[in-house]
Design a protein around this ligand. Structure first.
Ligand code: FES
Length: 210
């Protein structure tokens, strides 16, 4: 939540609506530079450990959309709030929605993970969360040999995430996926473990990092 309200106003709104538990982090107008300065969003991204590729700013004012642009992140406009659709569209949001239902449907069914061109062959992966049960599973998508693949980000040895830095899942040759914890290696085209502690620990050849 990035809001121009002072902290006291946001806490009051949270109390009245009972929505506080839906927000992991919040930043208010009296805690830094006001919108459209990118400070609020950059602080929230730092709190959450997210880079700009993983952030989507949803806003109902032109200030919100300018804030997103100034922070280098994508934005979605909603026209059921403060500013009319015609003004919001001038800031070129990814989408503009007229209702909460339409926004919700799009977010849950047509999530944009990243642009295809952002995935370089054997390069950095893009992380995303896949809804699973009552929570979500960490996943990543990457390109190998011209094709895009996506896997659950979990090493079958100990269940840890593969990347040693966010999105760094390839070994130095760019030919294999590698687990940062103990170095098990996986075929990027199948997710099959091909060497390392996964086998030593008793996992079969058919174990996948996905
Ligand atoms: S946790 Fe991946 S090889 Fe041990």
């Amino acid at each position: 939540m990035a809001t121009g309200k002072p902290r006291s106003g946001l806490e009051r709104a949270f109390e009245q609506t009972g929505l506080k538990q839906l927000f992991d982090f919040s930043r208010c107008g009296d805690e830094g530079f006001p919108k459209p300065h990118p400070d609020m969003l950059l602080k929230l991204m730092a709190f959450a450990g997210l880079n700009k590729e993983r952030v989507l700013m949803i806003g109902d004012t032109t200030h919100d959309l300018e804030l997103a642009a100034n922070a280098g992140v994508r934005s979605v406009a909603v026209s059921y709030g403060a500013h009319p659709e015609s003004e919001l569209r001038r800031h070129e949001p990814v989408k503009c929605f007229q209702s909460v239902d339409a926004l919700h449907t799009w977010l849950t069914q047509k999530r944009l993970i990243c642009k295809s061109a952002a995935l370089l062959d054997g390069g950095k992966a893009v992380r995303f969360d896949l809804p699973h049960g009552h929570g979500s599973a960490p996943c990543f998508t990457m390109r190998f040999d011209g094709k895009v693949f996506a896997y659950v980000n979990r090493c079958p040895h100990r269940g840890t995430e593969l990347d040693w830095n966010p999105g760094e899942v390839f070994d130095e040759t760019g030919l294999y996926l590698i687990c940062a914890t103990h170095g098990a290696m996986f075929d990027p085209q199948t997710g099959l473990c091909i060497s390392g502690r996964v086998k030593v620990a008793g996992c079969k050849r058919s174990d996948r990092g996905a």
